[in-house]
Design a protein around this ligand. Structure first.
Ligand SMILES: [Zn+2]
Length: 311
């Protein structure tokens, strides 16, 4: 019973030293075991700040159950200010689950995170936001295909976080969620979701507050703190996720603002060469809502440009 912080340290058989800052709140009364991770992408600061604020806020005397909070799951990427990938092997940790103990740095990192910290808990939330060069219209995603009971509980976590858009994903969906934290947890039988608010390499207090409200509402839903959860009646359920990538390199000029409702064929923007000649226009292949965009204008071929919640 009480609160404590520690560094969970692991050495892989390949000699990689992996450390996670873990803040734990153990309630005076029994209840579920929730694991929260933030900073799996090391430059997603609003999620990290919310995880730290949640730990400071929680009172063990008023908590049922136990919460382990990994405040920065990719410490090396955090200190190197490395968006998307770990500096050691340039791998995206959120495409590398379930990882390998004897693999590269990131493979070992996510292996220890999944097997030593997440596995065995009852519920899992992974706090994200737009990366160093991304802007987000807040959304939650949850994995489907892990069985009806897990899928239903995952969708409840996603909905009760209270974000405007909720997107189910699958390993063979339009946006395959293979290799992600929440899909790996769901496949271990742990309901979970990724929740996204904030971005652009900044701590945005408004986004931190959105995360905190979502976290507290999920704690109410799980009966871990007092109070009735508010109903997630403002969240819209979408069908899948569609990401668009730059077909050529150049300068990206976005046409439509974040949050725009899209119809197939809508003009999203254009890529010009470095003399200002238009190379391509990007049009929406689907109907839906523009939920994230890359804020950096520089595009190389294959870079992520934007993401659409598909209606
Ligand atoms: Zn992320």
């Amino acid at each position: 019973m009480g609160k404590n912080t520690r560094w969970a340290s692991f050495t892989s058989s390949q000699g990689f030293e992996i450390q996670f800052p873990v803040s734990t709140v153990e309630g005076d009364n029994s209840g579920p075991h929730l694991v929260i991770t933030a900073g799996l992408h090391g430059c997603e600061y609003s999620g990290i700040a919310a995880a730290i604020e949640l730990y400071k806020y929680l009172n063990p005397a008023k908590l049922k159950g136990k919460i382990d909070i990994v405040t920065v799951a990719s410490v090396a990427a955090f200190y190197e200010k490395s968006p998307f990938v770990n500096p050691a092997d340039k791998k995206n940790p959120n495409r590398t689950f379930p990882g390998r103990e004897d693999g590269s740095y990131t493979e070992a990192q996510v292996y220890f995170l999944l097997n030593e910290i997440i596995d065995g808990c009852d519920f899992y939330l992974d706090l994200h936001c737009g990366d160093m060069i991304e802007l987000i219209e807040p959304f939650a995603i949850y994995h489907t295909g892990a069985g009806e009971e897990i899928d239903t509980k995952s969708s409840e976590l996603a909905f009760y976080y209270g974000l405007p858009s909720v997107i189910p994903t699958a390993s063979d969906g339009v946006w395959p969620d293979r290799g992600t934290s929440y899909a790996a947890a769901a496949e271990l039988g742990i309901p979970g979701a990724i929740v996204e608010a904030g971005g652009n390499g900044m701590i945005e207090q408004q986004a931190v507050d959105i995360h905190l409200q979502g976290l507290l509402n999920v704690l109410r839903l799980l009966g871990m703190i007092k109070g009735r959860p508010y109903a997630p009646d403002k969240s819209v359920l979408y069908k899948d996720f569609k990401w668009l990538y730059a077909p050529v390199q150049g300068i990206w000029h976005q046409e439509l603002p974040l949050g725009s409702a899209l119809e197939p064929g809508d003009n999203l923007g254009r890529i010009e060469d470095l003399f200002g000649t238009q190379l391509i226009t990007l049009t929406s292949p689907v109907a839906g809502k523009l939920v994230f965009t890359t804020s950096a204008a520089a595009m190389t071929e294959g870079d992520i440009v934007l993401g659409i919640a598909m209606s």
